[in-house]
Design a protein around this ligand. Structure first.
Ligand SMILES: Cc1ncc(COP(=O)(O)O)c(C=O)c1O
Length: 382
């Protein structure tokens, strides 16, 4: 039931019976279970409430949100909006027919590799951001698992382009996945077929539109990231994401928007679905690949843009937990999270507790690129 409680006006998000979100009141999301979910919006103690109103609104961020809403974006950014057709192993199939067997190897053992890519509605029209780099990473991810992708990069590009065109998306999130299907359920996937699927659907700002402006409150997770000596962490394997899920859910249960995960040595690794950057004394630091991080493509974009703007970037940094608390600025990068400021860690305010000037400058540069779409080497135009 959506509706008001008679005390404080509620913003209605959906028709009765259509979704589990009842309403947004102030900064909290009320769900059917009555849970107050502070996703996107500060912590449950409202520590930053009084300041939030005075924060500057970023015109580019709001223009982008309009672009992203090309196809009825939900106020729940993480909600799946649906799509009509999915590309599976060389064919377009209807959404309902995009099925896989319950004895699929990847379902049991996490043996899949995938990508998360965004297509933006740029001034040059819909364009997939850093598609080549995402494709390269997909093939790299497949390598240690001997997953033999049966389609060429050109074929996957063609399938993706056709999918976006026929679905009529101006902007969307794209999810290619390659995984071991069913043959036998031994841990060895030797005789399992390789399945390849690409889906695309409209998706808003991962941590919420407001997060891009105001920043997010995060906690250091009690879960450590796998060491890269245990499982390759620089690539995107489905099985790795149980760690991300545990860390992210722990954070949300405790009223935070997102987690920061430390590596086995106790140094800062990354977020569950984001790389992390720190600003100190005007210089930028981000953990290196040896710290058990995903080799993020947005991380690379941010480093490139920051260096072009004249910043010194330490891209192989080792960052201690303590340095997080004393940082001038912190921000996440990721295809889903884009460039999201972090305004507190474990309830310690970072800088002024709002988006810092370096983050602001870099975020603006990032949005300029994806809004204009005119940096040709970074776009595949649809
Ligand atoms: C664990 C992890 N780290 C970092 C990132 C950011 O990577 P990218 O910028 O390539 O999306 C992601 C997102 O895919 C991720 O899942």
């Amino acid at each position: 039931m959506c509706g008001a409680d008679g005390q404080i006006p509620l913003k209605r998000l959906c028709s009765p019976g259509q979704c589990s979100v009842l309403a947004v009141r102030d900064n909290a999301t009320l769900t059917r279970g009555g849970i107050v979910n502070t996703l996107n919006q500060g912590n449950q103690w409202g520590r930053y409430d009084t300041r939030r109103d005075s924060r500057r609104h970023h015109p580019r961020a709001s223009r982008l949100s309009t672009h992203r809403r090309g196809r009825a974006m939900s106020d729940r950014p993480e909600m799946f909006e649906g799509t009509d057709r999915i590309w599976m192993d060389g064919e377009f199939v209807d959404f309902e027919d995009a099925q896989t067997h319950v004895l699929t190897h990847a379902l049991h053992y996490g043996t899949g590799v995938f990508e998360g890519v965004r297509c933006y509605d740029t001034e040059q029209g819909p364009a997939v951001f850093r598609w080549e780099e995402h494709l390269d990473r997909l093939y790299k991810s497949a390598k240690p698992y001997d997953l033999d992708i049966e389609f060429s990069k050109d074929e996957l590009t063609e399938a993706t382009t056709e999918l976006i065109e026929t679905e009529g998306f101006e902007s969307c999130y794209i999810r290619p996945i390659v995984y071991y299907g069913f043959d036998s359920l031994g841990v060895s996937p030797k005789d399992c077929p390789t399945k390849t699927t690409i889906a695309a659907w409209p998706w808003g700002a991962y941590l919420g539109e407001e997060a891009l402006e105001e920043g997010v409150d995060v906690m250091v997770s009690s879960w450590r990231k796998h060491a890269s000596s245990q499982i390759p962490t620089n690539i995107k394997t489905t099985g790795l994401y149980v760690n991300s899920m545990l860390a992210g859910e722990e954070a949300r249960r405790n009223g935070y928007t997102e987690a920061i995960v430390l590596n086995k040595e106790g140094n800062v690794a990354e977020g569950p679905g984001e790389n992390i950057f720190m600003v100190r004394d005007g210089e930028i630091y981000t953990p290196g690949l040896a710290e058990s991080i995903l080799e993020g493509i947005t991380r690379n974009t941010a480093i490139t843009l920051a260096e072009e703007m004249g910043y010194t970037v330490h891209e192989e940094a080792t960052i201690s937990r303590g340095e997080l608390y004393t940082a001038d600025e912190l921000f996440f990068t990721g295809t889903a999270a884009e460039v999201t400021p972090i305004r507190s860690v474990d309830d310690n305010e970072i800088g002024e507790g709002t988006k810092g000037p370096v983050t602001d400058e870099l975020q603006s540069a990032f949005f300029d690129v994806i809004e204009s779409g005119d940096r040709e080497e970074w776009f595949h135009y649809v």
